[in-house]
Ligand binder design. Structure first.
Ligand SMILES: Nc1nc2c(ncn2[C@@H]2O[C@H](COP(=O)(O)OP(=O)(O)OP(=O)(O)O)[C@@H](O)[C@H]2O)c(=O)[nH]1
Ligand SMILES: [Mg+2]
Length: 261
């Protein structure tokens, strides 16, 4: 329990037997539920996930790999069914500082935000800590995601360290979310559609000896197309549909009738 919030931590994990124990060991004691989603790993992820702690632990295993977004959605569904007040996503590769989880949750309590996300881009050692190719991709995707979601104030759209309120979770169309690397961008667009409030919280960029499976050249195009689709939906929703409705519902004047004043 954190400041009156019952908290679930969702950990998407794919072949993370080396770093998952480090991730679990660092979790704060205030966490109530830990939901490890083993995304059809072929190593010992499911075994090392069974670690004792002061929380209720569940390991949910996918029979087939669904991607990081698919794994998070599985965790979100379980968190929603547990009726928690907040669900925090923590990667299994120990790239998120557990001490910063309280900042995300504070934003849900103090600012009544529906969704709080990490922002690594304001960190003073960013240039030293984040590989430049990731930084470049991140800046490009952040700009496009601002356009597609309508959240002009957000930075670091790709940060996976997030907390969502139970109420936003129940309003989101979880089944429609993109299951792979564009998940954070799609989630922000869908949060925009339900009118959720989103808050950025400074967090530390951590790149250690983890092995990332993210291949930037391969994922950029699908994410770009996904953002484009979200942007088109927003344009339709906010501009084109109201215009079309106004045009089609305008009273038609029959010949011989005087124009209204
Ligand atoms: N790559 C990948 N990760 C998955 C998958 N399913 C679950 N995950 C987990 O999702 C988390 C993020 O994976 P990474 O590939 O490191 O992506 P990232 O941390 O956003 O990107 P980097 O900044 O490059 O490390 C990890 O905890 C993975 O174990 C999957 O199908 N593919
Ligand atoms: Mg990673």
């Amino acid at each position: 329990m954190y400041r009156g919030l019952r908290v679930a931590v969702v950990i998407p994990a794919f072949n993370e037997s080396r770093l998952l124990p480090v991730t679990l060991a660092g979790l704060p004691r205030f966490v109530d539920h830990v939901l490890v989603v083993d995304d059809a790993s072929t190593d010992r992820t499911a075994v090392v996930a069974r670690r004792k702690g002061p929380w209720a632990l569940e390991v949910i295993r996918h029979a087939a790999n669904q991607g990081v977004g698919g794994a998070i959605v599985t965790g979100y569904r379980r968190a929603a069914s547990l009726g928690v007040d907040a669900a925090v996503v923590v990667g299994a590769d120990a790239q998120m500082d557990p001490a910063e989880m309280s900042h995300l949750l504070d934003a849900l309590v103090d600012d009544a935000a529906d969704y709080a996300k990490g922002d690594r881009l304001g960190h003073r050692e960013l240039w030293r800590r984040m590989p430049w190719i990731r930084l470049l991709g991140n800046l490009a995707l952040t700009g496009l995601t601002r356009l597609s979601s309508g959240y002009w104030h957000i930075r670091d759209s790709q940060c996976g360290y997030t907390a969502i309120s139970g109420s936003a979770l129940s309003r989101l169309p979880l089944g429609d979310l993109y299951p792979r690397y564009g998940f954070p961008n799609d989630l922000l667009a869908k949060l925009g559609e339900i009118g959720a409030t989103v808050r950025d919280c400074p967090v530390t960029p951590i790149y250690g000896d983890e092995v990332s499976r993210l291949r930037i050249p391969r994922v950029m195009l699908p994410i770009f197309l996904l953002i484009l689709r979200s942007g088109a939906r927003r344009l339709w929703r906010s501009r084109l549909r109201p215009l079309a409705l106004a045009l089609t519902s305008a009273p038609r004047r029959l010949p011989g009738h005087a124009p209204s004043p």
